[in-house]
Design a protein around this ligand. Structure first.
Ligand code: OAD
Length: 233
C-alpha cells in the first residue's frame, strides 16, 4: 500500500468514481447473489427479479422483497461503508454508484449515492407511475398495483445520464465487491480507462474482469477499503 500512496500522490487523484456491489455489504450480514447460488426458496433469482416473474406471481415477488426490506432493520453499515463516506469528504469530486438496493451507504454517511439498480425503500405505483419512499411490507391487497422500485433483469438501469457525467473527468475509478457479471456496470471500467483514470479493483477474490484493472487488492472490504481510504488521510 506504500507504493500505492506514492502513486496516488503523483497522480493527484481528485475526481473519484466508485462502483460498489453486494460484496461491500456482505460483512454487514447481507448475502451476496453468489452466496445464495442465485436461488431463493428454490426459485431462480431471474424468476423473482424480472417483470415476467412479477406478472406471473406478484405475491412471491413481493414476499421476497418484503423480507429483504425487513432485513434492513437488522443490519448496519460496516467500516467499508463509512470509509467511503470519509473519502467523499476528502476528494474534490466524488460519485458513488451502487448496484446494491440496501440503504447502508446512506446510513454510513454517504451523500451522493446513485442506486443504479433501485432501492428496497422505494415503491413504484403502477396506477399513477409515481415512486414513493416506502418502509414495511406491501400487503396482499396491493400486490398487483405496486412493485418494488428495483431494476429487474431486462430493464434499463437508473441514473444513466448522471453516471455518464460522473466519468467525464474521472481520474480514479474504484470497483468494490462486485463480481463484474452484470452489464452495464461491468463495463464502467472501460469508460474510466477512456479517461485515463487509474482503475482499481477491491474484492475478496479475483473476478472475470480483474485483468482490466491497473491494480487489484484482494481481501474483505472492511479491511481493504479502510486501508485504501487511509492512504488519502
Ligand atoms: P455478486 O453476488 O455477483 O458478487 C459479489 C462479489 O462480492 C463477489 O465478487 C465476491 O467475491 C465479493 N465479496 C463477497 N464478500 C466480500 C467481502 N467481504 N469483501 C469484498 N468483496 C466481497 O453481487 P454483485 O456483483 O453486486 O442485479 O451483483 C451484481 C448484480 O447482479 C446485482 O445488483 C443484481 C445481480 O443480478 C440486479 O438485481 C439487477
Amino acid at each position: 500500500m506504500d507504493s500505492l500512496k506514492n502513486l496516488l500522490q503523483q497522480k493527484n487523484c481528485k475526481d473519484v468514481v466508485v462502483l460498489t456491489g453486494a460484496g461491500i455489504s456482505a460483512e454487514s450480514g447481507i448475502k451476496t447473489f453468489r452466496d445464495s447460488n442465485g436461488l431463493w426458496e428454490d426459485h431462480a433469482i431471474e424468476d423473482i427479479a424480472s417483470p415476467e416473474g412479477f406478472y406471473k406471481d406478484p405475491e412471491m415477488v413481493h414476499r421476497f422483497y418484503n423480507l429483504r426490506r425487513a432485513q434492513l432493520q437488522d443490519v448496519y453499515p460496516n467500516p467499508a461503508h463509512t470509509a467511503l463516506s470519509d473519502l467523499e469528504k476528502i476528494v474534490d469530486n466524488f460519485t458513488l454508484i451502487t448496484q446494491n438496493v440496501d440503504d447502508l451507504h446512506e446510513r454510513g454517511g454517504s451523500q451522493n449515492v446513485l442506486h443504479m439498480h433501485g432501492e428496497l425503500k422505494k415503491i413504484f405505483c403502477l396506477k399513477t407511475g409515481k415512486v414513493d419512499y416506502f418502509e414495511g411490507d406491501v400487503m396482499s391487497e396491493e400486490f398487483s398495483f405496486v412493485r418494488p422500485d428495483i431494476v429487474w433483469f431486462g430493464e434499463a438501469i437508473k441514473y444513466s445520464t448522471e453516471i455518464q457525467k460522473a466519468f467525464e473527468n474521472c481520474d480514479l475509478y474504484l470497483c468494490i465487491g462486485t463480481s463484474n457479471n452484470v452489464y452495464p456496470a461491468a463495463g464502467f471500467v472501460q469508460a474510466a480507462k477512456m479517461k485515463n483514470a487509474l482503475c482499481i479493483e477491491l474484492n475478496l477474490e479475483a473476478t472475470a474482469l480483474s485483468h482490466q484493472y491497473d491494480l487489484n487488492f484482494y481481501g474483505p472490504a472492511t479491511e481493504i477499503v479502510t486501508q485504501f481510504v487511509d492512504l488519502f488521510r
